[in-house]
Design a protein around this ligand. Structure first.
Ligand code: UD1
Length: 377
């Protein structure tokens, strides 16, 4: 069995690391393709270093651009790679543009190549079609032969979209494999102390287009964070998209009350999350990671595609629409909430063995000859 793994943007790297290691451990051939959607050391290189991911076999170097330009560049650069390598499986993770663009190339070439498409993190839905990630999720699932789900809420979403049940396999959350394997290293780093933070600080991440691409929305959030910063330290590792917006809208002065930093590495982030009194975020992955760490999380979005982090975990949704007062009140509540014992709120299958189950499923389906079949729903 030959599997091609796609890594494009920051949240992909912690998901592919354990799958690649498991393929290696079992002696399966793998090809690692980095699309280059994220390209600088802070957003990409540091993750490869810390997680011990080997150099990509192929680097497409597409960089950034509008949604269409980035997607098109990935497709154009990826097609010859797929034609040359002819893997049995394309394994594509998450919901970023690289996920969908590579699946679309493989789907179009399927009659010729017979390459199966496996989607890791299948079936998550925010129900918000204005999110580029939601479009990516729905389309990738529609094109996939093997839908590998991270939580029990995913399967009904897929069945509702007409996906045949025998293509859906519950494997659990592979990103948590990486978290559990690295949490002790992260704790040993004690990154908050190196920043002079005591235990009572709020950690913030912010990069969703709906929050940062419009001046009013971004201003409301930064004002709210400024108010919170009167009471506790607010640490904000600033995503490049958000930094760009702050500069474009002239909002630099609103960052002054906050402890703004460049994007942090994986272990630094884990250490910061673990030590925070509460985390405020619009990231999907951070909602999951705080749940496993037992840290209260406030999600600054209207919807979440990860409802299990609310029903079983430590996540709560901010009152919507976001207002300065709403953010401050909800942040105070989150900051006053006790941490759960780490692992006490962990959903099923978030146990550090998802990569094993993913490779089992790939192997089983390859044996049964169900990779790349042409009876799509
Ligand atoms: C992308 C994903 C999002 C994911 C996020 C995590 C899509 C549609 N979005 O959003 O789902 O949660 O990554 O970070 O795929 N930039 C740099 N250096 C880099 C990478 C990007 O400066 O290494 C800049 C780009 O030039 C661009 C901005 O950041 O101006 C946004 O990058 P982009 O890839 O368009 O999307 P993200 O907002 O990062």
């Amino acid at each position: 069995m030959k599997a091609m793994l796609i890594a494009g943007a920051r949240p992909n790297f912690m998901k592919i690391a354990p799958i690649l290691a498991e393929l290696d451990r079992r002696g399966f051939e793998s090809v690692l393709v980095h699309t280059g959607q994220h390209y600088d050391h802070d957003m990409s290189g540091s993750f490869f270093e810390q997680l011990g991911i080997r150099e990509p076999d192929v680097h497409l170097g597409v960089g950034s651009g509008s949604q269409a330009v980035q997607t098109a560049r990935i497709m154009e650069a990826f097609e010859p790679v797929l034609l040359r390598e002819r893997p049995d499986w394309l394994v594509t993770v998450g919901d970023v543009n690289s996920t969908m663009a590579t699946a679309l190339v493989a789907a179009k070439l399927q009659p010729e190549l017979g390459c199966g498409i496996a989607h890791v993190e299948a079936g998550l839905r925010s129900g918000d079609w204005a999110m580029p990630e939601e479009v990516n999720r729905v389309l990738t699932d529609r094109m996939s032969d093997l839908l590998l789900t991270p939580s029990p809420d995913a399967k009904p979403n897929l069945l509702g979209d007409g996906v045949p049940e025998d293509r859906i396999v519950f494997v659990g959350n592979v990103m948590i494999d990486t978290l559990l394997a690295n949490v002790e290293r992260a704790r040993a780093l004690d990154f908050p102390a190196t920043l002079g933070l005591d235990g009572h600080y709020a950690l913030v991440t912010l990069h969703r287009p709906s929050n940062v691409d419009e001046a009013d929305a971004l201003e409301t959030i930064l004002k709210g964070l400024g108010e919170v910063a009167r009471e506790v330290d607010v640490v904000l590792p600033l995503h490049p998209r958000t930094r760009g917006s702050v500069e474009r809208f002239g909002l630099e002065s609103m960052l002054e009350p906050l402890r703004v930093r460049p994007p942090v590495s994986y272990l630094e982030m884990l250490s910061l999350m673990d030590g925070a009194a509460a985390v405020l975020t619009d990231s999907g992955g951070v909602q999951e990671e705080t749940t496993v760490l037992g840290v209260p999380c406030l999600t600054l979005r209207e919807t979440t595609e990860r409802p299990v982090t609310v029903s079983q975990g430590t996540n709560r949704m901010a009152p919507w629409p976001l207002t300065v007062d709403g953010i401050v009140t909800a942040a105070r509540e989150a900051l006053a909430t006790e941490h759960a014992a780490p692992g006490s709120r962990t959903p099923d299958g978030w146990d550090g063995r998802a990569a094993q189950r993913i490779v089992d499923a790939l192997e089983r389906a390859a044996r049964a000859g169900t990779a790349g079949r042409d009876d799509t729903p």
